[in-house]
Design a protein around this ligand. Sequence first.
Ligand code: FAD
Length: 308
Amino acid sequence: MSLVDSAIVRLLPAVPKPVVRRISERYIAGEQLDDALRVVRRLNGEGKMATLDVLGEEITNPDEARAIAAAYRAAIDAFEQGRLDSNISVKPTALGLNLGYELFRENLEAVVRHAAERGNFVRIDMEDSSTTDDTLRLYRALRADGFDNVGVVLQARLKRTLDDVRALAELRPNVRLCKGIYLEPPEIAYRDFDSIRANFVQALEELLEAGCYVGIATHDEWLVEQGERLVSERGLAREEYEFQMLLGVRPSLGDALVRGGRRLRIYTPFGRQWYAYSLRRLQENPKIAGYIAADTVARLLPGRNGSS
Ligand SMILES: Cc1cc2nc3c(=O)[nH]c(=O)nc-3n(C[C@H](O)[C@H](O)[C@H](O)COP(=O)(O)OP(=O)(O)OC[C@H]3O[C@@H](n4cnc5c(N)ncnc54)[C@H](O)[C@@H]3O)c2cc1C
């Protein structure tokens, strides 16, 4: 993390909300479900799939967590009615994990059941390392109860990830593999760029070897190339894996994947908590602030479209 990135993050609360909103616009689909559905429809028109995230991480009471679970069920119904190609991504803390495992279980199970009845799929996002065990525990419990329309996320940044891959392999989990946004202590996490990349490639190889469906979630061109190499070496059909990217991030890299015949899913956050979400993501990983600042400046400079 550079000093400039940290400085940007420290200054952020002083940036007027309308300015943060303008910058966030390309990364967040709006405040209402209808805004998000419009974005999903556009993405589908571009040959991309979506996964919808209802923003609501700062949950302080069980009713808020239940309201988020209800919002996810409404989104699933709307996909069905609008024939949209999208699933959902849920954050354990948004469904109440910080208030107790049972509340999280109750809410997630209701969402997964609702999705199963409508042929849809639920991805459980992975948050910071204090939540990893409970998240994987509930994933296993849901699979044991017969729900196959649910998947997890593993983070290449964490040293435990290869062990998790091996422990989960017999379930042939549907896994989104990403670097991991949360900066974790060196005892449990790799800190340098190359080790995180190496762990990502190793985990991807082992997941594919175990016959898992993998969502290769990265905007790192080198990792995208490694992903393409590994799926080609195994002769996987187009439907046996997918690439995933965040809304508004490196769209031209995503477009190139789609032109090349790959399946791409775009992570699409929406909701009234966009401001808290934006600040939190940046505070968690100041490097992102550097990316966004560089991209925003590139867009303002003549002759650059900043769309990489
Ligand atoms: C679909 C999807 C789902 C994810 N889900 C989770 C999750 O559940 N848990 C979790 O911990 N992390 C999640 N992440 C975040 C992920 O862990 C990384 O923090 C993030 O993707 C950046 O890593 P990278 O692989 O793109 O490589 P990097 O080397 O960090 O980025 C490569 C390039 O992409 C651009 N870039 C990357 N991120 C951004 C950004 N946010 N804004 C602007 N430009 C950017 C920059 O140009 C950068 O140079 C998810 C990422 C994706 C794509």
